[in-house]
Write a protein that binds this ligand. Structure first.
Ligand code: NCD
Length: 338
């Protein structure tokens, strides 16, 4: 598709060719994200970064990505700090804020809210997560990471095995990721969840429709035994009707080094969209995996900046100008990206 001026709301909008485009632009952002070069291509542009739900990495990485392209970021966080708390509609908020920004990233607790906002917006809107529906930029950075990890093993996105583990009902990252996997071939998808938190049928049907083998189970150990990627998720406690109900599932699946060593094939990649819930009752991805070289969670977060830079550069149509507006960095950068 032609990305210029478009909203990015759902993976449904993207073809396989679009993903290739996003990934190749993301690759080209590396010198900027890794502090080798500076670009001012978005000098003067403003991002409206509107997060009406808790966020650390999505908000900061979208903001950093915009800054790394030379643009400025204005933020609104929390419904309680915005006029939405005074009863303002998404329509009015969108009309107003799109007069102040060149592009908007929005996260909101209601499914469908970002699309509703985008309809009234005068500038492109990127979905930073709408309720339990979708989180397209996370899925793109996840797939970008999967591609890189498979590549180091001489493998490709067209023939691999992945386990999605945890709260598959409310987890929007795995919803968007399933839609993306549907664009590839010969993917085996193992869905690990309690029955009550199973992946909604529509996502499973779409995977099967793409010809993928889909296995559903509520047991972790056998599921992680035969996959290339083990993708763990947090119980989305904030989406449960009550804390009591959430408690029933807390700590149900815990991946740690001992289980990894016992059940996983060597070099199984461990992923998680983060945050991992490190409270002792939950702990779905143990800290004792931190030194495991196959733990890709911080490669995911680093890759998120590249992918979000690519989305901005495409939507604002500056891909061809990024290098023209660049110079080498002139400060100490260390070696954190090696
Ligand atoms: C995810 C989200 O907000 O859906 N976090 C993120 O953006 N990386 C996952 C989660 O909160 O569990």
């Amino acid at each position: 598709m032609n990305f210029t001026g478009r909203h990015i709301l759902s993976i449904d909008q993207l073809s396989r060719g679009d993903i290739d485009t996003i990934f190749s632009v993301a690759d080209s952002m590396e010198p900027y994200a890794h502090r080798k070069k500076v670009t001012k291509v978005l000098d003067g542009a403003i991002l409206g970064n509107m997060f009406f739900e808790p966020s650390t990495r999505t908000r900061v990485s979208f903001g950093s990505a915009f800054n790394l392209l030379g643009g400025e970021v204005r933020e609104t966080t929390g419904v309680e700090n915005s006029a939405i708390a005074k009863g303002e509609s998404l329509y009015d908020t969108a009309r107003v804020l799109s007069g102040y920004s060149d592009v908007i990233v929005m996260r909101h607790p209601q499914s469908g809210s970002v699309a509703e906002f985008a309809e009234a917006s005068r500038v492109p809107v990127l979905n930073g997560g709408d309720g339990d529906n979708e989180h397209p930029s996370q899925a793109l950075l996840d797939l970008y990471t999967i591609r890189k990890e498979l590549d180091t093993k001489g493998r490709s996105l067209d023939d691999f095995r992945i386990a999605l583990i945890g709260d598959l009902k409310y987890g929007r990252t795995v919803h968007s990721l399933c839609k993306l996997l549907g664009l590839y071939q010969r993917v085996k998808v193992v869905l690990v969840s309690p029955n009550e938190l199973a992946m909604p049928d529509s996502y499973i049907d779409a995977l099967r429709h793409s010809g993928h083998e889909v296995v559903e189970t509520d047991e972790l150990e056998p599921a992680i035994a035969g996959v290339d990627i083990a993708y763990s998720t947090r119980l989305q406690e904030e989406r449960f009707a009550s804390a009591e109900e959430a408690k029933l599932y807390r700590g149900r699946y815990r991946l740690n080094q001992a289980i990894y060593t016992k059940y996983c094939e060597p070099n199984t990649v461990i992923m998680h969209p983060l945050p991992r819930d490190s409270r002792s009752g939950a702990n779905e991805l143990d800290n004792d995996l931190n030194e495991n070289p196959n733990l890709a969670i911080f490669r995911q977060t680093d890759n998120g900046v590249l992918v979000r830079m690519a989305l901005f550069a495409l939507v604002l149509d500056v891909v061809g100008q990024v290098d023209r507006e660049s110079r080498p960095v002139n400060w100490y950068t260390g070696s954190r990206f090696q």
